[in-house]
Write a protein of this length. Structure first.
Length: 256
């Protein structure tokens, strides 16, 4: 059976997350339904990242095994026709070797978190960024972010229901930048713990607003205890930005 790699984007607001669930429509279910409508076959797809309810994607990747041979552009356009009016778009569809796995072949995942830092309420960006009205010192947030780079036990920054056996992750990138009223936080790693990025962002907000010092961030990391985490940032500001495939990253070159 030919295997296809799908790269897609979606607005996570109307979905219960990526993975199929009994309590509502997931992105996975929407795409599987479109595949059945297009090709007449029931297919189960696997995604690179299991985004939570309300989390968006700019470059989610999935793979599917299909009975029929498809030209990539025909598969893309056909799926998009069946996905309307849901806010999901297949950006590319391409045949790949059957050794390709959207989840397990990934060597790096990139997440973007968007904060709008202003007093005025949101209009156009409502549901797509986190509005923080308190003035944020992004330079302090940058300094605190550097503490988290490298390999650490991130138990403080993972959800209590996280099922990962090992809390150690290698954070290769954690950049905080500001342009006007918008603050971007970019995080890159081979893999992340459940709610790790949102937990880190919420703690960085504490540093930026002056609730925490930079040393408080260091203490929270070293505590390896969820009770020392700051607030968890809301899902609407988080985007799965891209997924990399290829040679595994050299851990010795990781920042930190």
């Amino acid at each position: 059976m030919p295997r296809y790699k799908l790269t897609l984007e979606y607005d996570g607001a109307p979905f219960v997350g990526w993975q199929r669930q009994a309590n509502g429509l997931s992105v996975q279910e929407a795409i599987e339904t479109a595949l059945e409508a297009l090709g007449g076959e029931r297919v189960k797809i696997r995604g690179a990242g299991r985004t939570d309810t309300g989390v968006h994607a700019l470059g989610q990747v999935a793979h599917a095994n299909l009975v029929k041979d498809w030209r990539g552009d025909v598969l893309r356009d056909g799926l998009n026709a069946h996905l309307r009016p849901l806010p999901v778009a297949i950006l590319t569809a391409e045949a790949v070797p059957d050794t390709f796995d959207a989840r397990f072949s990934a060597v790096r995942r990139h997440y973007l978190y968007r904060i709008v830092n202003r007093r005025a309420p949101l209009t156009v960006e409502r549901g797509h960024v986190w509005l923080v009205k308190r003035k944020l010192d992004y330079l302090a947030m940058q300094e605190a972010a550097r503490i988290l780079l490298g390999s650490h036990d991130f138990s403080t920054f993972r959800a209590s229901q996280c099922q990962a056996e090992n809390p150690v992750r290698t954070l290769e990138r954690l950049d905080v930048t500001r342009s006007g009223e918008e603050i971007h936080i970019m995080a890159s790693a081979r893999s992340f713990l459940h709610s790790q990025v949102r937990s880190i962002v919420g703690s960085l907000e504490h540093v930026g607003s002056g609730k925490w010092t930079v040393e408080d961030m260091r203490a929270a990391l070293h505590a390896c205890d969820r009770r020392h985490c700051g607030m968890v940032a809301p899902p609407e500001g988080l985007y799965l930005a891209a997924v990399d495939y290829g040679p595994a990253p050299d851990a010795s070159r990781s920042a930190g």
